[in-house]
Every structure is written in structure tokens, then in C-alpha cells.
Write a protein that binds this ligand. Sequence first.
Ligand code: APR
Length: 306
Amino acid sequence: MSKVTIVGAGNVGATAAHIIAAHDLADVVLVDVADGLAQGKALDLMHLRSVEKFHAKVSGSNDYAPTKDSDVVVITAGIARKPGMTREDLLGVNSKIMKSVIDEAVQYSPNAVYICVTNPLDVMTYLAFKESGLPKARLMGMGGVLDSARLAFAVCEKLGCCPEDVSAWAVGAHGEGMVCWPRLTTVNGVALTDLLSAEEIAEVVQRCVKGGAEVVGYLKTGSAFYAPGASIAAMVEAIVDDTHRVMSVCSYLDGEYGLSDLYMNVPTRLGACGIEEIVELPLTAEELEALKKSADSVAAQLSNLR
Ligand code: APR
């Protein structure tokens, strides 16, 4: 069985741990700074094994020794958004946390594939990349899978269709600057642009872009975790099962789509070695322009870091 470490046993980390274990994708080690939190949640998940009938083991720790030689390390450590906060507001605190976590994790698992989740995602993933010196194929962020899932939800709400019949693409920055691709988003192979008017598409896109804030608005004390946890598990599955699935992943751009030296969500093929390939879909001039604008918004955020 593969081994997945999740640093940050809060809402997102623990939800991902549950899904990964319940699907027998990997044994999971939860790590958290809070005394007993990772251990308590791990034990609770172990109690679940006979009910949900899985074999994967979940353990918890305050230090990194038990994470040694993980296949995948997921980083969700940090603070989450409260109402009125953007993901960017989290930059200062979460930068310090990300730096210390990646340094420690890499000491124990230098060969693992790393998935950053802490917000602001595009900046935190870039920071982890620079801090760790890991190859670009083995460090990525989770944002686009979640954004695409929210787009699929908005499409289903609008059309009343079955979620399984939707293939949705949300790419670019993981924030208000994200880009939805209606032409490449399909329901049973039919493009959204052939199913909805421009006005209806704009509504669907808004529902997707504001999806995270909508959840924060209801919860008041934190941000979304079920869909983020499931999105992490989907990426972990593609890696540990070496499926070569193409999904919207926060990947390091090195000339692809004409963009360089930044992390942003783009179609990416995942496998056992991490990122196998950034898939450059044929885009219209307008779609390419929107992606470039989104990259500019990420670059502006990165300048706060530098
Ligand atoms: N090392 C390990 N764990 C840490 C550290 C650290 N240096 N600093 C904080 N943590 C832990 C906290 O103790 C907490 O248990 O990270 C956990 C974060 O959990 P939550 O507060 O429940 O936040 P969550 O909703 O899980 O979001 C985590 O993911 O989606 C993003 O914006 C979100 O950045 C946030 C992150």
C-alpha cells in the first residue's frame, strides 16, 4: 500500500484522509502542530475501518519521523478564510507555515510527490517550489480540480443534468481571477456554448467563481472542506494508481501556453512520478488572452512575496 502524509489535520486535511483511507488508496499519516489533534482524528478514522470496510491505516503525529519515505505529501497546514477575507489575505501567516512545513517534510520524504493546498494557493505552491528545490514534476497545487468541480455543479444546477455527464474545465488562478472554459466544458460531449446563452453562461461562471466565498459566507468560522478534501483524494488517486488522468492542476509553467515562472491551474497529466505533462489544449485567441490575464493576477500576487 502507498503512503500519503497529510500535514494539517484540520477540516481539509482530515476530510482528505477519510476519503483516501476509505477508498484504500494509501495508508495515511496525519501531522499537525496542535497537541493530540492528528492523533485523535487518526484514531477516530481507524475506528471507522470495520464500518466502512477498508484496510488502509491512519496514524497521527506532531512530528515528521512517522512520515518517512511517503509517496505523496499533501500540505493543508495554515489558516483558512473567514467571511470578508480573500485567499490573498492569508499570505503573511501561511507563508511562514508553508516554509517550515516543506523544509521538514522534504527531509523525511525527499522522493515524494508534493501537493500544496494552503491558500493563497498559486503563491504558496510557488513558495514551496522555491524553498524546497524539488523538481517541478514533483510539486504541484490543488485548486483547479476543486474549481472545475464547482463549475460542474453550477452547470448541473442550471441544466438539471447528471453530474457524471459533465466534464468541466476551470483553470488559471485559484481565486477571483480564475478562468472557466465554456467551449471546452461539455455535457455528454456537447459544449456548454451550444447549450446555454452567453448570459446564462455568465451566471454559471459567476456561481463557480464565487463558490468558495459562498461556502465561507454560510460557515462563518472557516472555509470549504468536503469538496477540497475529495479533490485532493482525486489527485492522490491519479498519482498512487498511476492513472495518467488529465485534470486542472496548479503546475509550474515553463513556457507552456506562453507563460513562464509561475504556478497556475492548467490541464495536467498526473502519474506515479507526479506531473507527466502539461497538456496544451488548442485555445481561441480570446481564451488564451483570458489565461494570460489570469497569469498577470498571479504574477501581481507573487510580487508581494518577492
Ligand atoms: N504544521 C502543521 N500543522 C499546522 C501548522 C504547522 N506549522 N500550522 C497550522 N497547522 C494546522 C492547524 O493546527 C490546523 O489543524 O493546520 C490545520 C488547518 O486546519 P483548519 O484550520 O481546519 O483549516 P482548513 O479548512 O483545513 O484549511 C487549511 O487549506 O483550503 C486551504 O484556505 C485553506 O489555507 C487553508 C488550508
